[in-house]
Design a protein around this ligand. Structure first.
Ligand code: NAP
Length: 337
């Protein structure tokens, strides 16, 4: 890094995650010497603001990374597969938001609050986990450190922004059309998403799980560095614009009382406890949207198993679930935070 900062490229700069990268780099005063915005031919020449400067979007190509030290990728898996190796060859460290490299053994899969130590083992690519996994492991880590988590059962309520900008527009237009008795179009999702819940995120696998569920299962075990942790997931798309919510049930080796869990979570990095049922206070997607924290509430002991807890975990999928987590990885890597 030069005295002025790092040369940074954003692949997918015009997307939902890309735009958040641009905001968060500025908000956190990340030391940027020069920045390059990359996207598809559709966006070529479009101008985006950064620190008072108007910067033209260029087409993502293999030679886009000359002189780049940090490449933040959020242009979809196919682009990561094609262009991340070229970025590494040019000398950049890639922090990748797609699922392409996450389960490769030599690629660190990192949530800084949980396994920042894994960053130093990188060989050019560091993977940012799936959005639903990130917020869950931030909440689970302090409990796991207190008493090992043996079993996780999670059901998610995921916002449409997790599918990108087109999905946000699809929900918006379906709501408007349905309210004015007009026909709706379903192009991003296979069914109506407005006023509906779809138990289907990403493709179906042969075993009946969706790939989103498999990502949560495999990634949780990799990040928590516990191959014996039993995880199951049901991932559901709901008609919410921003922030994912999760109902999480855990079984631990030793008992953790609800009070102890609350205390552990109150002191955990990146977590905010919102848990006062007497005042109807619990984490809400509309309140988490635009914020950095993982919000945890509805903390309660299971009625039938002495070593089990239920939690409600909410966070902004585009911030902590994507752009913020990736920038925190870069801050750790370059010690700029
Ligand atoms: P999005 O809003 O649809 O944006 C997609 C971005 O990729 C746009 O900048 C688009 O450029 C670019 N792109 C698409 N095709 C391209 C091509 N052929 N060449 C170059 N650039 C291309 O999607 P998103 O939600 O930001 O997601 C982007 C990535 O982040 C995906 O891999 C996704 O899985 C991952 N991710 C998303 C979230 C989330 O909560 N949204 C969370 C974690 C990870 P144009 O504007 O020019 O089309």
């Amino acid at each position: 890094m030069s005295g002025k900062g790092l040369n940074v490229a954003i692949a997918g700069a015009t997307g939902a995650v890309g735009e958040e990268f641009i905001s968060i780099l500025q908000e956190r005063k990340f030391p940027v010497a020069d920045i390059r915005f990359l996207a598809s031919e559709r966006s070529e020449g479009k101008k985006l603001e950064f620190s008072g400067e108007s910067i033209k979007v260029e087409v993502l190509k293999e030679d886009s990374f000359e002189g780049i030290e940090l490449a933040l990728f959020s242009a979809g898996g196919a682009r990561s597969k094609q262009f991340a190796p070229a970025a590494v060859k040019s000398g950049a460290v890639v922090v990748d938001n797609s699922s392409t490299f996450r389960m490769e053994p030599e690629v660190p899969l990192v949530v800084p609050e949980v396994n920042a130590h894994a960053i130093s083992g990188h060989k050019g690519i560091i993977a940012n986990p799936n959005c639903s996994t990130i917020q869950m492991v931030v909440a689970l880590k302090p409990l796991h450190d207190y008493s090992r988590i043996k079993r996780v059962i999670v059901s998610t309520y995921q916002s449409v922004s997790g599918t990108g900008k087109k999905a946000v527009h699809e929900l918006e237009s379906q709501v408007k059309n349905l309210m004015s008795m007009q026909e709706i179009e379903c192009s991003v999702y296979p069914h109506q998403i407005a006023f509906n819940c779809l138990p289907h995120i990403d493709r179906f696998e042969d075993n009946g799980f969706t790939f989103e569920e498999i990502k949560m299962i495999n990634e949780t075990r990799k990040i928590m560095e516990d191959d014996d942790m039993a995880v199951t997931a049901t991932t559901v798309r709901v008609p919410v614009f921003y922030a994912h919510s999760e109902s999480v049930y855990i079984e631990t080796e030793e008992k953790i009382t609800a009070d102890t869990a609350r205390e552990l979570l109150l002191n955990a990095p990146g977590v905010q406890v919102v848990d006062d049922p007497s005042k109807n206070e619990y984490p809400l997607a509309v309140e988490a949207a635009g914020k950095d924290e993982v919000f945890v509430g509805r903390i309660r002991e299971d009625l039938f198993s002495s070593n089990a807890l239920n939690l409600w975990v909410v966070s902004d999928n585009i911030r902590k679930g994507a752009a913020l987590n990736a920038i925190q990885i870069a801050e750790n890597l370059f010690e700029t935070g």
